[in-house]
Design a protein around this ligand. Structure first.
Ligand SMILES: [Cu+2]
Length: 315
């Protein structure tokens, strides 16, 4: 009798194992059917002056993997547009004042530049910046995780070409619809924490070593500086040969040579977190090797604003 019971238990166990195996196999099939939009993995590539990226994404956490296959430095900024506005409005109402303003700056005529920027439509003030990547050098990949609310976005890069014209004017703006459907992505586990604010500047709160690091960026607040934009974080590696003030000059788009190709030599831009609203959190990752680094905002006179934090990795 005991043998029969034992045998039955064994059979049951075997059966339930088989069943579990089946279930797990069917789960695996289900997982492979989940779309990349639902997983929240967003691949973006630039080869010239464009963004190759899906035109529809899910809302919630999204990991942007931005491969810069072009010869210029770029970044990604996610602009959440107010209701009823789209890429057509960018083209007709936003690009012309920026183009005219930049031409005036190149002529050294700041008064008329300000007048030109004054022609920006009122709704443009209602654009909300939802993060993106920091500046990224050619042949590098930026990885940032951002929380996207549903809505119509313009993904943009406003670095300038050699002649001072904006990358946006050459095609680096792309309309993306973020739907009510949510991704399954969870925010990554950070290895280092960075705080940024208009009063305390950039503060790296952990010591960082070489290898893959995931930075969690906490925007304590956000504000508008003299360049009409807020603060962000760019991770930059620099050679011993360089002088940092020349990077700070370059990081001000209002300088005729600022944010313009070619980027100053001796620096490698490794991504970061673009403008977020106060209270928001974003993540970016980078593979670090021993050397000198700076976390810096793309704002005029970042050092005076303490939006500048140097650190070194020795091991
Ligand atoms: Cu660009």
């Amino acid at each position: 009798m005991r043998t029969i019971i034992t045998f039955s238990v064994l059979l049951l166990t075997l059966f339930s194992c088989k069943q579990k195996e089946k279930e797990s196999k069917s789960k695996q099939t289900q997982i492979s059917k989940v779309s990349s939009e639902e997983i929240g993995e967003v691949q973006i590539v630039t080869q010239g002056m464009e963004f190759f990226v899906a035109d529809t994404l899910y809302s919630g956490w999204n990991k942007l993997t931005y491969k810069n296959d072009s010869p210029e430095v770029h970044f990604i900024l996610m602009d959440l547009y107010p209701e009823g506005k789209n890429a057509q409005n960018t083209k007709e109402e936003v690009l012309p004042p920026f183009e005219e303003g930049m031409k005036r700056i190149m002529d050294g005529d700041m008064n008329n530049a300000i007048l030109a920027f004054g022609k920006l439509p009122e709704w443009f003030q209602k654009v909300r910046y939802m993060g993106g990547t920091g500046l990224i050098s050619p042949e590098n990949t930026a990885k940032s995780t951002v929380y996207l609310e549903p809505g119509l976005y313009i993904m943009e890069c406003y670095v300038k070409m050699m002649d001072g014209s904006w990358h946006t004017s050459h095609g680096m703006y792309k309309q993306i619809i973020v739907t009510e459907n949510k991704t399954v992505l969870r925010p990554p586990k950070a290895t280092a924490h960075v705080n940024i604010s208009s009063t305390k500047g950039i503060v790296l709160k952990d010591s960082v070593s070489s290898g893959k690091q995931i930075f969690q960026v906490q925007f304590e607040d956000q504000t508008v500086y003299e360049h009409f934009l807020g603060h962000d974080i760019n991770l930059v590696r620099y050679d011993d040969s360089v002088e940092l003030p020349n990077l700070l000059q370059w990081l001000n788009w209002m300088n005729p040579t600022g944010l313009r190709s070619p980027a100053p030599k001796g620096y490698t831009f490794l991504g970061g977190m673009n403008n977020l609203t106060g209270g928001a959190t974003g993540y970016f990752e980078a593979d670090l090797t021993p050397g000198n680094y700076v976390l810096v905002s793309e704002v005029p006179a970042a050092d005076d604003k303490k939006l500048f934090y140097k650190f070194s990795i020795t091991n």
